[in-house]
Ligand binder design. Structure first.
Ligand SMILES: [Zn+2]
Length: 117
């Protein structure tokens, strides 16, 4: 596994955690979770896990992620075929980075970070 692939995997995991944290903080979901018997101090554990994960991601990439997730919710999205699943724009087939696994891909239309599942 290249370093880049590793970073992308970490970022996807970070995003999953963020979505869980967001859901857990949501009051409706929280009361639902309480009824289902979930403990709400689980949020602290999620935050801790997030912190540990974030430490392993390059600051530059993490900053970009944070910025994107504020405006979009999902900062890193998969590419299927040549389609960005963030904005559903078809990426040009000549998209240079499609061939290169050694750089981070971003969608030219929405700016989200792309990865190949
Ligand atoms: Zn896009």
């Amino acid at each position: 596994m290249t370093d880049m692939e590793d970073q992308v995997k970490l970022l996807v995991a970070l995003q999953d955690l963020d979505l869980m944290i967001r859901e857990a903080k949501d009051t409706d979901t929280s009361s639902e979770m309480k009824q289902m018997g979930f403990k709400l101090d689980g949020i602290a554990e999620l935050n801790q896990a997030r912190e540990n994960l974030a430490k392993r991601i390059r600051p530059q990439l993490l900053n970009r992620y944070e910025r994107l997730s504020k405006s979009y919710g999902r900062a890193i999205v998969p590419v299927t075929g040549n389609l960005c699943l963030g904005c559903f724009v078809t990426l040009p087939t000549s998209y240079p980075s499609l061939k290169s696994k050694n750089s981070f891909l971003t969608c030219e239309n929405c700016g989200r970070i792309l990865y190949f599942p």
